[in-house]
Design a protein around this ligand. Structure first.
Ligand code: GDP
Length: 442
């Protein structure tokens, strides 16, 4: 799901690579691309507009030091805004009613209402140990009643019989009575759908809603419908006081844009997503996780958070300044740099993403221990040696090795790595540490 959007956004990030600052111009370009990507994923136009505007406002003014690289800065902002669009966190089903808690299912024919009724009953039974009764008020399609009956027996929840000759309200009344008398926790009422919005259907479900006064009125919508899903959502939202949305068929080759639009357009949370035809294919919806998945870079995102939390920007700036000249980067700075990276947390993960020599520092070793050994070696040097490692001859090296409790080879390896890093620093025109990080996959 949303794979295309993911790869399009990755392209945007790539195009921002190598730019030292986010400027109005490169943000503008990037946002044009993001806009196209969203539209292609079937996100509704008004939603795209609001989204782009918010991202643009926030992205401008962010500079490299606070945020690693422009590409990553934009990704950070896009991630935040995606979350905001989809509702920040999971909105759980509200069943806090005098039992039975009534859940009314609404939606067009074929959206997946009946299937979802079964899935939801199973989920509530298994994860919340609820005693669930299901009933179909679809008197137009006898097959729908049978379908629910089969599903109910498959998942082991009780099904309340209904007949096409009854009115939906009569069915609801008898089911409710049965649920009360037999102490059910939850009553899920499946309703009739139509192929398109029609007044009769709306009137019927409105009446049913008024009679049942359900604690949850869930609108079930097929994500494969793209823009139509949003239009239908709007129509149902206007007719009924919806409490949530269930987006089905997100497992298919849907472009998934509905997931990004429905919340914004209706103001109602997506509570679950349907991810398969089987009765197990229903998941609570987590906007944050989907946002990360869309961006395909959960690891980089957590890295950005780490950096923002822990890097001493002033220190990094000092180091960067020194490296800009390509001169004066000594072992003391090398140590600071290693320490800074350690502070960022997830040293192993970080080093994995680092280019060349630095990543070899900790390969095959416990990273915290590796850093401690590096610190130990450098601490055993005199200030003069740290500033001018070239004065280190065999006897000095032996002394340092003994002082740090390591072998001379290890001292040599560190000096070698330092030299390589120094060379690499000089290759960059400036920005030192932050530039170095650009080598990470972003
Ligand atoms: P209703 O008319 O709204 O009750 O829709 P149904 O429950 O009969 O579902 C219509 C079709 O969609 C059926 O073939 C279901 O198996 C299928 N379906 C429902 N939810 C999902 C889903 O999350 N993923 C997939 N792939 N198919 C689904």
């Amino acid at each position: 799901m949303l794979d295309n959007l993911t790869s399009r956004l990755a392209d945007v990030v790539k195009s921002l690579r190598g730019q030292a600052r986010l400027t109005e111009a490169n943000i503008q370009d990037a946002m044009r691309e993001v806009r196209m990507a969203l539209l292609e994923a079937d996100v509704a136009l008004p939603v795209v507009k609001v989204f782009i505007n918010d991202v643009k406002q926030r992205a401008l003014g962010q500079d490299v030091l606070g945020s690693l690289t422009p590409g990553q800065a934009v990704i950070g902002v896009v991630h935040d805004e995606l979350k905001k669009l989809m509702g920040e966190q999971n909105d759980a089903l509200n069943l806090a009613a005098v039992p039975p808690a009534i859940v009314l299912m609404a939606g067009l024919q074929g959206a997946g209402k009946t299937t979802t009724t079964g899935k939801l009953a199973k989920l509530l039974k298994e994860t919340q140990k609820k005693k669930v009764l299901v009933v179909s008020a679809d008197v137009y399609r006898p097959a729908a009643i049978e379908q629910l009956k089969m599903l109910a027996s498959q998942i082991g929840v009780e099904w309340f019989p209904s007949l096409p000759s009854q009115t939906p309200k009569d069915i609801a009344a008898s089911a409710l009575d049965h649920a009360k008398r037999h102490f059910f926790d939850v009553l899920i009422v499946d309703t009739a759908g139509r192929l398109a919005i029609d007044q009769e259907m709306m009137d019927e479900i409105k009446a049913l809603h008024a009679f049942l006064n359900p604690i949850e009125t869930l609108f079930v919508v097929d994500a494969m419908q793209g823009q139509d899903a949003v239009n239908t959502a709007q129509a149902f939202n206007a007719a009924l006081p919806l409490t949530g949305v269930i987006l089905t068929k997100l497992d298919g080759d849907s472009r998934g844009g509905a997931a990004l639009s429905v919340r914004h357009v209706t103001g109602k949370p997506i509570k679950f997503i349907g991810v398969g035809e089987k009765v197990t294919g229903l998941e609570p919806f987590h906007p944050d996780r989907l946002a990360s998945r869309i961006l395909g870079m959960g690891d980089v995102l957590s890295l950005i958070e780490e950096v923002q939390k822990s890097v001493d920007v002033e220190e990094a700036q000092k180091l960067a300044k020194k490296m800009k000249t390509g001169k004066g980067f000594d072992l003391e700075d090398f140590k600071t740099q290693i320490q800074q990276m350690k502070k960022m947390g997830g040293m192993t993960a970080l080093l994995d993403k680092m280019p060349g020599q630095l990543s070899q520092l900790a390969q095959g070793q416990d990273t915290d221990k590796a850093v401690a050994r590096i610190e130990g070696i450098i601490n055993s040097m005199t200030p003069a040696e740290r500033a001018k490692p070239e004065i280190l001859k065999a006897s000095r090296k032996r002394r340092i090795a003994a002082g740090a409790g390591v072998s001379v080879q290890e001292v040599n390896r560190l000096l070698n790595q330092f030299e390589q890093t120094q060379k690499m620093m000089k290759q960059f025109s400036g920005k030192g540490m932050m530039k170095l990080m650009r080598g990470m996959k972003n």
